[in-house]
Design a protein around this ligand. Structure first.
Ligand code: ADP
Ligand code: ZN
Length: 432
């Protein structure tokens, strides 16, 4: 019999003990950066706070936030709190908009990250006898090596297939008897689609669990993946700034538990930056509790979410977060309504006629912003011709209006014209 929890002490710690632990680690961390990183010294001084002002958890609200541009301005290692001799690994985000975000780790940071990943994967049925295929991008991206290390620590058989070469992924699942698949949810869809084309029924393979993350995906998308893949679709969340995946993970009850002994979560109103009451939606903010190379203080993730402390049937007491609706960067304002791509996805997924593939095109007509949702129909329906296509696009458009309250034209594009994702899917095409 395997143990139930990877790290029972922290996963089931009572609220009081956890708060005490967090306070102790927070005190250490604010002092650590204040003494070592000129950026933090200046930021704290400007705000008139000293590490010794942190006497209870609520005092953290007195400390300044850290934002993405602070990392960019201090690129690459200006926020690093240890000498390079103590750094053993450097990851970086994709940096689609400018310079990448750097993520240096000490040996101890790496070890803790590995523990967090093992904890999550263990909660998701991965055991020493599992065969785990890791189809996250290997390299600078934290996903690949993060999952690799966690799986190694559990001691399962790791297949580091990396992202891409989708036919080969299907072949490996079949031939190696892969039981656990790690990749982005959108890449899992690409793999399932490829398998269907190759005449392989993923449901008949040994595959039982998926460990998906790195991008927003709706519950409806998750249901689709579970149905088509015959798997339990688990989730992971994280970001380079806080060390990559391993910030939170779902248990068997789909609750996303935060590793709150490693990161201290807060939700703030993105406008006023004031903490919001528990359960309310806002921007997720994290403070690293145990990292030493580049611990972030009150890092604003720009991810919109809420936190709940409720008893979970799995027995874990770790606080839970809601599924991320999206990044505030991806929020569109359409006719005065705030809309995230994941909300459009939820509506599209109600229609069994469409493939789970879509993109949102933003363009300019004269001075006016224009938005269209593009999606694909199942091939046999598309082949039925224009009147079928028109009827379905109209009903989707009507439904979007009913649910989200905005008028958005829906265009059906020919089968397989939307680029299939092998990593993070690009949902918004901005041509303005
Ligand atoms: P990049 O900024 O280049 O995408 P990261 O890999 O660090 O680099 O991305 C982290 C971001 O990915 C998070 O802030 C969040 O927006 C998104 N993300 C990661 N995991 C999830 C998840 N499970 N659900 C929704 N969004 C996620
Ligand atoms: Zn749980």
């Amino acid at each position: 019999m395997f143990k139930k929890y990877w790290d029972e002490k922290f996963e089931t710690m009572n609220d009081g003990a956890m708060k005490k632990f967090q306070l102790e680690k927070l005190k250490e961390t604010v002092k650590w950066v204040y003494d070592r990183v000129p950026f933090y010294k200046k930021a704290f001084d400007n705000q008139g706070v000293k590490p010794s002002d942190l006497q209870e958890l609520a005092d953290l609200a007195k400390f300044p936030f850290t934002i993405k541009t602070d990392l960019r301005d201090n690129y690459p290692f200006g926020l690093c709190a240890v000498p390079m001799a103590d750094v053993v690994r450097i990851h970086a985000s994709s940096g689609t908009t400018g310079k990448p975000i750097t993520g240096p780790y000490t040996a101890e940071d790496l070890d803790q990250w590995t523990e967090c990943m093992a904890r999550g994967l263990w909660a998701q049925e991965v055991r020493p006898d599992s065969i785990l295929q890791n189809a996250y991008g290997m390299g600078l991206f934290t996903g690949g090596l993060g999952f690799h290390q966690g799986a190694l620590r559990i001691g399962c058989a790791v297949v580091p297939s990396g992202a891409g070469m989708t036919e080969r992924q299907v072949m490996l699942i079949q031939d190696f008897g892969t039981t656990a698949l790690c990749c982005t949810p959108s890449y899992c869809l690409t793999i399932i689609e490829k398998a269907e084309k190759m005449g392989v029924d993923i449901k008949k393979t040994a595959l039982r669990t998926g460990h998906f993350g790195a991008e927003p995906w709706s519950v409806e998308m998750r249901n689709d993946i579970e149905g088509r893949g015959g798997i339990h679709a688990y989730e992971h969340y994280g970001l380079t700034e806080l060390g990559g995946p391993g910030i939170s993970f779902t248990c068997e009850f789909y609750q996303i538990h935060v590793n709150e002994d490693h990161v201290y979560p807060e939700i703030v109103d993105p406008e006023t930056l004031q903490p919001v009451p528990e359960g309310e939606e806002g921007e997720l903010v994290f403070t690293a509790l145990q990292r030493r190379a580049m611990p972030m203080i009150r890092y604003r993730t720009r991810d919109i979410c809420s936190l709940k402390r409720e008893k979970c049937q799995c027995g874990r007491t770790l606080i839970t977060m809601d599924k991320i609706l999206g990044r505030s960067d991806d929020m569109m304002i359409i006719s005065g309504v705030n809309v995230f791509p994941s909300q459009i996805e939820t509506v599209l997924m109600e229609f069994p006629e469409v493939e789970p593939q879509y993109q949102i095109r933003l363009s300019k007509k004269g001075y006016i912003d224009h938005i269209t949702v593009e999606t694909e129909l199942k091939k046999h329906l598309y082949d039925e011709g224009k009147s079928k296509i028109d009827t379905i696009s109209k009903s989707i458009s009507t439904r979007i209006h009913q649910i989200i309250g905005i008028n958005v034209p829906v265009t059906v594009v020919p089968p397989e014209t939307i680029e299939r994702s092998i990593g993070k899917a690009k949902r918004i095409i901005d041509e303005r």
